[in-house]
Design a protein around this ligand. Structure first.
Ligand code: FMN
Length: 295
């Protein structure tokens, strides 16, 4: 198949690979990879991405199987579109879970899903606002359900409707990051939703500007194309509080279920620790941006 010139996934990979690491040995210590997210401490900043429908794509145990892996690895579990039953199966694994709701046209459905995530004991809830449109500029339909664009006022109402932190996923501009803060949002995911827009800026490229703009007031997360602990290191260095991994976890999950997903998260965390040790980065939240150089 012909490669698309504007494929944002390819451009994002090239950006990851254009960043190189200095080495800093003097005074280096055994690194601490743990992170605290919304008051909960995790062993690793490697989180799952807000995936969905894994029973069709990947493993018969679906999202709950991934949740078992995340809990076992001491990682944050994120989940996307799915039924109430499925969310209950996910949180029953004990995984600390973030639920991401689609930008459904029906706001009442969104409010019900927010309340359900709260009742399930999720640690945060949010919305992937980047899934409102299809690539022809029409409102999208996802598995028969109509989507719609959301206004600042809608987002304010969603954030106010819950005592949980409300997160917006799919922020790819300082503009939207500042608007999210204005709306009372308490976390953002810098993401292009695995290439939803051709020529979308690599999330990693915008991350420092977005982290500088809002990172002092809320955690800034990142996903898209993260496939190793070195990628995680680069995202943390540029201001991410933690990083989500989607497609790179799906292969292990489909081959070896929860255990293999947990092993993959642990392996990425070990690679991250290796890079932290060799750059004198003592803690995940303290990686110095100046350690990175661009080709
Ligand atoms: C099978 C699959 C299902 C997904 N479902 C959702 C979803 O329901 N909600 C959402 O916000 N993102 C969803 N995503 C997007 C991921 O959360 C993530 O943004 C994207 O895959 C980029 O990360 P990656 O490059 O590590 O895969 C899905 C991705 C995949 C591959």
């Amino acid at each position: 198949m012909m490669e698309r010139a504007g494929d944002a996934n390819r451009i994002t990979r090239a950006y990851f690979d254009s960043l190189l690491l200095e080495m800093r040995h003097i005074g280096a210590v055994v690194p601490d990879t743990s992170v605290t997210v919304y008051g909960h401490t995790f062993k690793t900043p490697v989180m799952t991405a807000a995936l969905s429908h894994l029973d069709r794509h990947c493993h018969p145990g679906g999202m709950a199987e991934l949740a078992r892996g995340a809990a076992d690895a001491g990682a944050v579990m994120w989940t996307g579109m799915g039924s109430e039953d499925e969310l209950e199966r996910i949180t029953a694994t004990g995984a600390k879970t973030v639920k991401i709701i689609k930008p459904h046209a029906d706001n009442e459905l969104i409010f019900r899903k927010i309340a359900h995530a709260e009742a399930c004991g999720c640690i945060a809830v949010g919305m992937d606002i980047d899934h409102a449109f299809n690539s022809r500029g029409e409102f999208d339909t996802v598995l028969g359900l109509p989507m719609a664009g959301k206004t600042l006022e809608d987002i304010e109402r969603f954030a106010k409707a819950t005592r949980l932190p409300f997160i917006i996923k799919g922020v790819l501009s300082v503009r939207d990051a500042l608007l999210c803060r204005q709306a009372g949002v308490r976390g953002i995911v810098v993401s292009h939703h695995h290439g939803i827009l051709d020529y979308a800026v690599p999330p990693l490229m915008l991350l420092p500007e977005i982290a500088d703009a809002v990172g002092g007031t809320m955690p800034v997360f990142l996903d898209c194309g993260v496939s190793s602990g070195l990628d995680v290191f680069k995202a943390l260095a540029l201001g991410a509080a933690a990083v989500s991994v989607g497609r790179a976890l799906m292969g292990p999950l489909s081959e070896g279920g929860a255990d293999a997903a947990a092993r993959c998260i642990r392996e990425m965390t070990a690679q991250l620790a290796g890079a932290m040790a060799r750059t004198a980065s003592a803690a995940a939240a303290q990686i110095d941006r100046s350690v990175l150089r661009r080709i």
